[in-house]
Design a protein around this ligand. Structure first.
Ligand code: PLP
Length: 395
């Protein structure tokens, strides 16, 4: 065995989970993707999706994607920078900029690439990136690639953020980066205080709205809109892989910053542009977000119903108030086992285990879509109560 493979062979956590019959990853969905999916020929209720508005099967979105393939083909075969810009890319950018309330928007091929390419390139050697310890992995990768000094603050802790800001030289550039809604624990960033501190210490702010758009704010414009701080936030990031039922992502900002990013952001320049189908799907999803507010209203109705249900069961759900509901298990093995047991009972949920979180913070991530019914939530609550009690997670 070569040295490389000898080293990698030591990583055997997946094999161990498979041997125990609790390996929860890469489960193959054989059907369309809504609240009920087919896996291994078995129907299960999907409570692990990020498709908050439940739009992945919407006929108008599918039609738009098909029409775009017919007109433009299946790929763009190049970067936006060179041969890969289509008129529909630019139209969508203009629309997204208006939607979130910024001068310009730039579309990347994934949300991950947005954070990677934006966070890594805006600040320089003498500057500071200030980040929440629970920020998404893509933000962390971006700051790892940056030459700036990274400074971490405690999760959503404004005293900790202020301490960090105070420690930076007044005349240096400071960029605070936070998730709007935190992806695993579902809590919402304290944006009003973050922008107040940013003003006090002359820092710029970037908010990742991956889980905020489609859920918060007028017509789903996100947490910045919800808190009325859009004008005080310098960069708003969004992804198309969640409420928009597509693939890709964008950054919305002022013209000066957009100009800099277009010519310096490496994951934008050195990667092929988002496909015609994905682009058109986002435009159609935006139409629906703007014209069917009842979807967001229903998402909140089932979310509040589920939150109350979990509280009544006595589950530990942390500080969430959103469609992302963490069910803390605080034990790696039990988290795997209960994920498997729930699947056997017909409920698909996602395990979040170490090393993604500390072993004492493991959880089941339960998430809602606008297409869920209260009956489906009741079914899940019933199964969760049964499985949690069996493993002693609930008394
Ligand atoms: C908070 C957050 N930011 C960024 C991303 C990356 O988005 P994408 O799936 O479009 O790459 C995700 C997706 O998991 C996310 O949860």
């Amino acid at each position: 065995m070569k040295l490389l493979q000898a080293k990698l062979a030591k990583y055997d956590a997946p094999q161990k989970a498979k041997a125990l019959g609790v390996y929860p990853y890469f489960r193959k969905i054989e059907s369309d993707q809504d609240t009920e999916v087919l896996i291994n020929g078995k129907k299960v209720l999907m409570f692990g999706s990020n498709s908050y508005l439940g739009l992945t099967n919407h006929p108008k979105i599918k039609e738009a994607a098909i029409a775009a393939i017919k007109k433009y083909g299946t790929g763009c075969a190049g970067s936006r920078f060179l041969n890969g810009t289509l008129d529909i890319h630019v139209e969508l950018e203009n629309r997204l900029a208006r939607f979130v309330g910024k001068e310009e928007a730039i579309i990347y091929s994934t949300g991950f690439q947005v954070n990677l390419g934006v966070v890594s390139c805006l600040t320089g050697r003498e500057d500071y990136i200030i980040w929440d310890e629970l920020d998404h992995a893509s933000i962390i990768e971006g700051r790892r690639l940056s030459f700036s000094t990274p400074l971490k603050y405690k999760h959503n802790d404004m005293a900790s953020l202020e301490k960090v800001l105070k420690s930076c030289p007044e005349d240096k550039v400071k960029l605070i980066v936070t998730d709007g809604v935190f992806s695993m624990e579902g809590d919402v960033a304290n944006l009003p205080e973050i922008v107040a501190l940013a003003k006090k210490y002359n820092a710029a702010v970037m908010v990742d709205e991956a889980h905020g758009i489609g859920v918060f704010g007028k017509q789903g414009r996100g947490t910045c809109d919800h808190f009325g701080v859009t004008g005080d936030v310098d960069l708003i990031m969004g992804t198309f892989s969640k409420s928009f039922a597509s693939l890709g992502g964008f950054i919305a900002t002022d013209s000066i910053t957009a100009n800099y990013l277009r010519h310096n952001s490496r994951s934008y320049i050195f990667s092929a542009s988002i496909t015609p189908a994905s682009t058109a799907a986002v435009g159609a999803a935006l139409d629906i977000m703007e014209s069917e507010p009842e979807r967001i209203a229903h998402l909140w109705e089932v979310t509040n119903y589920a939150l109350e249900g979990f509280r009544n069961l006595g589950c530990e759900i942390g500080h969430t108030s959103t469609p992302i509901i963490p069910l803390f298990i605080r034990d790696n093995e039990k988290t795997f086992r209960v994920t498997r047991d729930l699947f056997d009972e017909g409920v698909f949920v996602n395990p979040v285990v170490s090393p993604a979180v500390a072993p004492s913070d493991t959880l089941i991530r339960f998430s809602l879509m606008a297409t869920h019914t209260k009956e489906q939530v009741d079914f899940a609550l019933d199964k969760i109560e049964k499985c949690f009690k069996r493993l002693g997670i609930l008394k």
